[in-house]
Design a protein around this ligand. Structure first.
Ligand SMILES: [Zn+2]
Length: 58
């Protein structure tokens, strides 16, 4: 049951925010959630730190 994220993620290579549509949301052992996707422009992996569940104040 992979959760996905669609939205803007900062690409460190382009140095711009890119729109991703298929980032996979993962959670580490500390409960921190990350959206991992791929920059549609350069193909670099991009990661967005998400808030905890049900929070929108990141
Ligand atoms: Zn990029």
């Amino acid at each position: 049951m992979a959760e996905t994220y669609s939205g803007e993620v900062y690409c460190v290579k382009c140095r711009e925010k890119r729109q991703v549509t298929d980032a996979v949301v993962e959670e580490n052992d500390k409960g921190r959630r990350f959206a991992k996707g791929t920059c549609p422009v350069c193909g670099t992996k991009v990661t967005r730190i998400m808030g905890k569940k049900k929070e929108t104040t990141e």
